[in-house]
Design a protein around this ligand. Sequence first.
Ligand SMILES: [Ca+2]
Length: 291
Amino acid sequence: MDVSIHPRFTENRFVYLTYSHGTENANRTRVARATFDGKALTNLRVIFEVSQSKSGGQHFGSRILWLPDRTMLVAIGDGGNPPIQLAGDLIRKQAQNLRSDLGKIVRLNDDGSIPQDNPFVNNANAEPAAWSYGHRNIQGLSFDPTTKRVWATEHGSQGGDELNLIEAGKNYGWPLVTHSREYTGGEISKERSRPGMVDPKMVWTPAIAPSGLAFYSGDRIPDWRGDLFAGGLVSQDVRRIDLDADGNVLSQQSINIGQRVRDVRQGPDGFLYVLTDEQMGQLIRLEPATG
Ligand SMILES: [Ca+2]
């Protein structure tokens, strides 16, 4: 589901992959590390897997984001929609269970071990990998190198997709508070906000189905510096999100792509790259119009 190179890739040649592993009845998100020898990946080793197996093919996450201290954040989905269950209850409730990796962002060292400054590392009732919780299914994760802010986009159910400013140890509410509804039309919760839970910075209803998120810090497109770019699978566009200094959303603008957008990245050349996932998926480079 994601491919990411180590911040010191030129020295160690490490490549990281996230993927779903197992069977229809028992599967979980995994993180593996391999070495790229110039032609192929070798020494593939699983360095992390979600604490519990789930059934079905939904809500694995999963994006990788490197922090400046060379730890990695990995987004893990809540496990699936009703009627998927775990331990006799809807699996999505695991997003509020700190003993589960489901519905979390986890933070790992580059070998998969647990950083000793993780927020719940001294909590005997929590998974030590957990970094933030109450997430449904994050498929966009990006970092602002100036403010050190972590941004995530998360799929709602029907409507209620979210842009969140992520901080260590915080609860983002799912499924106790949400703007989204069941696919069958009913309420998931009557509550949109609750003390002790973090409200989204932005909500998309109808859903854009956000996938891929890039904080733009390049110099090729000066007008776009400091803006977020969120891909949309259903909206088939990229949303440019203008932020103020406090990280509040000022406005959004749709850049029409006309295909399902799976990922958005800033390239080392300072341009924005958009990956689409239709039959003939394309890699598109966005450049400023001339003249
Ligand atoms: Ca939320």
